[in-house]
Design a protein around this ligand. Structure first.
Ligand code: AHR
Length: 538
């Protein structure tokens, strides 16, 4: 007791000394040093604990498609982000930016959704094939009225997927396109035979059909995709999907346009009216403060804002559960998959950028949204078979940002990279006991989030200490799991608001983690404040 009083008193004295120094208007570098000392001193005296019990055996595979991406013709996602064209001075591989391509290759992108989003329901695929100089232009009405020259079309997209080893997910136009148009697109992409569309494809330089598995039949049909009622859309889905044929061994997985976050009625009607005619039903959920007014700045926020964001992000669990419960009522055997084909943070655009281009920076806060969301996704993969973060480059919660010939990898990129060990691994359930805080929005946020999986004889455990100030000791009982070696990687930074910026040294990036040890079947992990760690046990 006396010791603790002494420690608190010492802490008080050091704080006072530091504030005195600050007031003395010392050099800026010294101020930074002092602030770091202050944070370090405080963390010496404040520490949380948490416990986890791991079940060493699991049955559920985490589908790699949970780690899917989304690329829309929006702002500089496609043009300048993924694609610069063969004649660009920016280094490229057949028109795709070399730096971005290589970074994505490392990420192991399992599936890529394209061309929208809202853009998809105004996209006419025939404008995007044939010699580029002959392709008609259009106005991108959804996203800032930008002129779209259609130089990136079906061939450019499907070839990119092949090069990345990613499954393509085509989002078809139901809002303003015809049944014939969508049916012919499927034929163009997937027919091997001597069909009219296969012949047209060959004329355009591609002999063999591509393999296209995922087909979205409309997007946000309740909103930008046609402002429909679920009953009407259900019939349209039935009609459009009828004519999307399976050609020459290519089997389509057809996805109906699903609900926006809390719209449970949409899911109910679709399940009742369409049922197993669809292979998947989509769902969109954004971590956003609200749809009207300011959504908040991406890079400047308080701890209160940070916790509000985590609360909102974690609410995705209740939303998934309720949609799953409704689906269960109609489909006990889980033949219809839930496809969360848009998710992520949505902030105000960066100052000076086109408000219709949704270009936002990405901090350690976004990294936590990614890690906490994956921890939740892993629990529901009996029904949840795909998720696509919005979006891959330069839009919303991106993996990558570009500016001219420069590129930065975001903190979210690194979470995807650290978590890709969980792709197609066996999910190991965890029981977690940790401190919790009540946050604005009447939500609760546990201070620790975690997930585990096993593949090829290795066990991976990902842990997020969301506390901005306090470190956390986590004791994990391994339930008989045979492991005696542990190594790890950690993502953290001095401030939650830190981000990687153009022309500057990378601030937020993974580093080796040595704070874990195994003894007598128990793994003890010392997590620094605001850190995300992935451990490998063997
Ligand atoms: O991801 C940006 C937009 O958000 C998509 O185009 C749309 O589907 C959603 O409203």
């Amino acid at each position: 007791m006396q010791n603790s009083i002494k420690s608190i008193r010492n802490l008080g004295l050091s704080l006072k000394r530091m504030f005195d120094l600050l007031q003395n208007d010392i050099m800026k570098t010294k101020t930074i040093f002092t602030t770091i000392c202050l944070a370090a001193t405080m963390s010496l005296y404040a520490q949380r604990t948490a416990t986890i019990s791991l079940s060493p055996e699991g049955t559920q595979i985490i589908p790699k498609e949970i780690y899917g991406q989304f690329a829309e013709h929006l702002g500089s996602c496609i043009y300048g982000g993924l694609w610069v064209g063969e004649n660009s001075s920016i280094p490229n591989i057949q028109g795709y930016r070399t730096d971005v391509f290589n970074a994505l290759k490392e990420l192991k992108v399992p599936v890529l959704r394209w061309p929208g989003g809202c853009f998809a329901d105004e996209y006419h695929w025939m404008d995007g094939i044939g010699p580029r100089e002959n392709r008609p232009k259009m106005v991108n009405n959804n996203w800032g009225g930008t002129i779209e020259d259609n130089s990136f079309g079906t061939h450019e997209f499907l070839n990119l997927c092949e090069m990345l080893g990613a499954e393509p997910y085509i989002s078809g136009n139901v809002g303003s396109g015809t049944v014939e148009e969508l049916a012919k697109w499927v034929e163009y992409m997937t027919s091997e035979g001597d069909s009219p569309m296969a012949r047209l494809r060959r004329q355009n330089g591609r002999d063999h059909a591509w393999k296209v598995k995922y087909l979205g039949v409309g997007n946000e049909s309740w909103g930008c995709g046609g402002n429909m009622r679920p009953e009407f859309y259900s019939d349209l889905y039935r009609r459009y999907s009828t004519y999307c044929r399976n050609y020459d061994g290519n089997v389509l997985f057809k996805v109906a346009s699903g609900a926006s976050d809390y719209d449970y009625n949409w899911t109910d009607v679709l399940m009742q009216q369409v049922g197993t005619r669809m292979n998947g039903l989509s769902l969109h959920y954004y971590t956003v403060a609200g749809w009207t007014g300011s959504k908040g700045k991406a890079t400047s926020f308080t701890d209160d804002d940070y916790f509000f964001t985590l609360g909102k992000c974690r609410e995705i669990e209740d939303v998934i559960k309720r949609h799953c419960q409704i689906m269960d009522q109609y489909d006990r055997q889980k033949r219809v998959a839930l496809m969360l084909d848009e998710w992520g943070t949505w902030w105000d655009v960066e100052e000076g950028t086109n408000p219709g281009h949704l270009f936002q920076q990405n901090t350690l806060r976004d990294a936590f949204v990614a890690s906490l969301t994956f921890d939740i996704f892993h629990k529901y993969t009996d029904r949840l078979k795909m998720a696509n973060i919005a979006q891959i480059v330069n839009v919303l919660q991106s993996m990558i940002l570009t500016k001219g010939d420069q590129m930065v990898l975001t903190p979210t990129y690194y979470v995807f990279k650290m978590y890709n060990v969980h792709q197609d691994a066996t999910y190991l359930p965890l029981q977690i006991i940790s401190d919790q805080v009540q946050v604005r929005g009447n939500r609760t946020v546990p201070m620790l989030s975690a997930t585990a999986s096993q593949k090829d004889g290795k066990t991976h455990i990902s842990l997020s200490n969301v506390d901005p100030n306090q470190k956390q000791t986590v004791t994990i009982s391994l339930g008989g799991l045979k492991a005696n070696r542990v190594s790890g990687e950690m993502l953290t930074s001095a401030h939650l608001t830190d981000y990687n910026d153009f022309g500057k040294a990378e601030v937020v990036h993974p580093q080796a983690f040595n704070g874990a040890k195994i003894q007598n079947g128990v793994l003890t992990v010392e997590l620094p404040a605001k850190s995300i760690v992935t451990l490998e046990l063997q």
